[in-house]
Design a protein around this ligand. Structure first.
Ligand code: 13P
Length: 252
């Protein structure tokens, strides 16, 4: 049995004061829902105050990115050791990092290995662009991102990672995929790619999320699918009612 998993990726939104405000508005309701693993990923600057507010709440805290080196001359970067001081989770390889900051599968893999070293649960993002989708390359792109991103980790760690299938054309567009189509990608492309490296048992143990224009209104359609274990939510995670509705829909 895979426990449902919902993460809110706030992206580059909310100041420290606004983070505090949003967490205070949603944490009481969220902490009551215990059968879903819940994670908030505010910007780096807000992690410190978020971590104080979320202490003993049963709501996890994640960073949106990190560097793979422990320390050193990498101006502007945040190391896994620093992330681990406040967080238990980290989003890796988000499509916006790939598109705007040149992250490759190799870079994502280095970060994943660092997550293993520093005991962080990674949420590894994969997904095809609109162009790739239209030219029917979804299988090829998603399988490659999954197998290359997930190289060289231990089988034990592999079983604990979280993968998020986020078709780029569905992110922030209001044009979500359908539950059925997303389930096909996860069942036929993502889990087999994991099975190819770590075996069928691990492929079945890993939680795989859907992300891309998930809202309180469409979330249930995704969670009804057998291979979708939750969601990585962008815009709707900044709206209390919507985010609470999404988490409620994930309760089995
Ligand atoms: P939206 O939910 O805003 O489409 O964003 C999805 C996403 O990128 C989460 O990581």
């Amino acid at each position: 049995m895979r426990k449902p998993f919902i993460a809110g990726n706030w992206k580059m939104n909310k100041t420290i004061a606004e983070t505090r405000d949003l967490i205070l508005k949603m944490s009481a309701t969220l902490r009551e829902i215990k059968t879903v693993e819940k994670v908030l990923c505010p910007p780096f600057m807000s992690l410190m105050s978020a971590s104080a507010l979320l202490e003993d709440s049963g709501i996890g805290l994640g960073a949106q990115n990190m560097h793979w080196e422990e320390k050193g001359a990498f101006t502007g970067e945040i190391s896994p050791v620093m992330v681990k001081e406040l967080c238990d989770y980290v989003i890796l390889g988000h499509s916006e990092r790939r598109a705007f900051f040149g992250e490759t599968d190799e870079i994502v893999n280095r970060k994943l290995i660092a997550a293993q070293t520093f005991d962080l649960t990674p949420i590894v993002c994969v997904g095809e662009t609109l162009e790739q989708y239209e030219s029917k390359q979804t299988r090829e792109v998603v399988s490659r991102q999954t197998s290359n991103g997930l190289r060289n980790i231990s089988p034990e760690f592999a079983a604990h990672i979280v993968v998020a299938y986020e078709p780029v054309w569905a992110i922030g567009t209001g044009k979500a995929s359908t539950g059925e189509a997303a389930n096909v990608v996860i069942k036929d492309f993502i889990r087999p790619a994991i099975a190819g490296s770590y075996g069928e048992q691990t492929a079945q143990a890993i939680r795989v999320l859907y992300g891309g224009s998930v809202t309180g209104s469409n979330a249930a359609e995704f969670f009804a699918q057998p291979d979708i274990d939750g969601a990585l939510v962008g815009g709707a995670s900044l709206k209390v009612d919507d985010f609470v509705a999404i988490i409620r829909s994930a309760v089995k």
